[in-house]
Design a protein around this ligand. Structure first.
Ligand SMILES: Nc1nc2c(ncn2[C@@H]2O[C@H](COP(=O)(O)OP(=O)(O)O)[C@@H](O)[C@H]2O)c(=O)[nH]1
Ligand SMILES: [Mg+2]
Length: 275
């Protein structure tokens, strides 16, 4: 069961007055999958609120609280400044994949074709200033923008060794096995998507758009979206793991197995858009 609660604060949308360009993005729906993120979520929401004025688009935040047992939900209900903030609650913990699926589904019911969906971690390790850079790329025709640790200017040196090892391993695995040329960071949890691409994929895959329960869901989404031949680009992500106050929720062994399974399944069943 999924409940949606609106934050107490009234919406104060930042209007986009520059609509002459047909491809101008209207709003960014920022999906934050959150599981026990009381320590960092408030800081992240404040950061998003603080960039509203300089952003040329309206920012709308959807927090998917995945059965947290801490104050994650009450932080969202309380609201932050003038931020347009909604809480979507899973009654119990269903995993990152299901939270991403719920967030995308909700964003797509609210968004228009000229909007973007941004998915990012709720642990305040991702730089909110990238949202506007991603928006600019999507306005130029890019369909998916990945905040990448592995391009010039990207950095993940503040992350624990095992996390760095895993994301590099995934990069080599998926670059070697899968035809997604030019992508360096397959597992980043921070990306922006063109809404029309997500709508096409969602229409096709329905509830099966995201089937992986764990962290492999980010790769799964990329693999499924590639059947629409999207233009994919990356912007450098300087990961601020030093701002993370809680522990990583990633389970190393389980995630490695999920990546291998995902790669094998994709290679063995290459038919495009299979159902
Ligand atoms: N909804 C949901 N989100 C989760 C779950 N596990 C992790 N997350 C969220 O997924 C994001 C990534 O997890 P995080 O601990 O930041 O991983 P790391 O930064 O890659 O080490 C964060 O926003 C978490 O709150 C889960 O079981 N359900
Ligand atoms: Mg994180």
């Amino acid at each position: 069961m999924t409940n949606i609660v609106y934050a107490e604060k009234e919406e104060v949308a930042v209007k986009n007055n520059n609509k002459q360009n047909k491809q101008a993005v209207g709003s960014a729906y920022i999906v934050l999958p959150a599981y026990n993120e009381e320590e960092c979520l408030h800081n992240l929401l404040k950061r998003i609120a603080s960039i509203q004025q300089e952003c040329s688009i309206s920012l709308k935040v959807l927090v998917v609280d995945d059965g947290s047992s801490d104050k994650t939900a009450s932080i969202v209900k309380k609201g932050v400044q003038s931020l347009d903030l909604r809480l979507i609650s899973h009654e119990r913990n269903l995993g990152l994949g299901q939270a991403v699926q719920t967030g995308i589904k909700e964003a797509l019911t609210l968004a228009s074709e000229d909007d973007i969906v941004v998915i990012m971690d709720a642990d305040d390790t991702h730089d909110v200033a990238l949202i506007d850079l991603m928006r600019a790329k999507i306005e130029k025709g890019v369909d998916i923008v990945i905040a990448s640790r592995f391009v010039d200017g990207g950095d993940d040196s503040s992350a624990p060794q095992f996390r760095r090892f895993l994301s590099r391993g995934a990069k080599f695995l998926f670059r070697a096995l899968l035809p997604l040329n030019g992508i360096n960071d397959f597992t980043s949890g921070y990306r922006a998507y063109n809404v029309s691409l997500l709508k096409k994929a969602s229409l096709h895959w329905g509830e099966r758009l995201v089937e992986e329960q764990g962290f492999a869901c980010m790769v799964e989404l990329l693999l499924k979206l590639r059947h629409w031949s999207p233009e994919i680009d990356e912007v450098p992500l300087y990961l601020r793991y030093d701002r993370k106050l809680g522990m990583s929720k990633l389970k190393l062994k389980r995630t490695i197995l999920q990546y291998i399974k995902l790669a094998l399944r994709d290679i063995l069943s290459p038919a495009p858009r299979r159902l």
